[in-house]
Design a binder for this molecule. Sequence first.
Ligand code: PGA
Ligand code: ZN
Length: 399
Amino acid sequence: MPAIDELRIRKILDSRGNATVEVDVRAGGIVGRAAAPSGASTGTHEVAAWPEGGVDEGMRIFSKQIAAKLKGMEASDQESVDGELHAIDGTANFARIGGNISTATSLAVAKAAAAASRKPLFVYLSDGRTFPFPLGNVIGGGRHAIGGTDIQEFHSLALNGSPSKSVLANAAVHKAVAAMLVKKLPGEAIGRGDEGAWVAKIGNEEALAVLADACRQVSKEAGFTCAPALDLAASEFYRQGKYVYKEKTLAPDRQIEYVAGLVDSFGLALVEDPLQEEDFEGFARLTEFVGDACVVVGDDLFCTDPKRLQRGIDLGAANAILIKPNQIGTLTDTRATVALAAKAGYKTVMSHRSGETTDETIAHLAVAFGCYAIKTGAVGGERIAKLNELVRIEEYIGG
Ligand code: PGA
Ligand code: ZN
């Protein structure tokens, strides 16, 4: 396998118009390229996205230290490359070099190694050939929208198995929701949030009713199930020990009952972050109530961190984990977390961030790692970059 000949970094735009980085790694005359996304409702326990000094300082560190250290290393020796990134950083959470710098570098190295071996990334990474179910948000609020619902994301989970049909079905749910909102709110402006989901002046349960209707309608047309799902991102409206919604305030026990009630009455197939990010015990209780019928996902709870996941496994908190590579900072670390989840029987959901680029890498990771689902929105250029890649992977495997 070829050695790394050259590394470059550039500042590019993300979908919110913020600066992020893209890294090119050349090995064996071929370039692997990866970019880092960024969150808005970030978990407290994620690695630091940028060093003190921000994107520019991260780029300076890359050019002065990282590029020189990685040059000459074997592109296929991912563990050593990622180990070197940790060594250069020297902190527990990539505070010195920035987790977005390490993530883009780590993924670009893997893509260069895959390209040099003339394989698509998912083939290079594993023998896994199962497709994740696409999870796409169609109504939104919270940190991703101004004036929307308290609950951050209302999703359609296309339980079909064929990517090409599933991505169109989720887009159809997105369309059906728009038609229902226009009818429900005549003359009102309806916008779109950071991830392309509709933003309207409606309550959480009203939005859920619209979502469930749209899912039913599209399921009938498609001939397979599009199930309603939520990411509450509950840490974002947790204040002084209570969950503060626009129309009500709930103590933690009531929040558990409330979410269990929503799962039951709306047939939710999946709920993410139904409780705030430190409440492992609350997650465990909710999972005990609804875990047989519903995928309970920890995002901010786990932050793709194997130590936090292990604590969740020990306590029975959740039965699934969201996987965001830049929450932990390297491909090797991401892989270790996925392996731990699989060993414990937890489902994995590979995920985009609210601020995205057109980078398509997570589609390959989701297939390579055998993820249960891939969460990457339903529409919008930076979202369909991943979805369309999944369709290409389907064709590649089929062919
Ligand atoms: P993000 O979060 O805004 O931090 O990307 C999205 C999510 O909560 O899943
Ligand atoms: Zn989330």
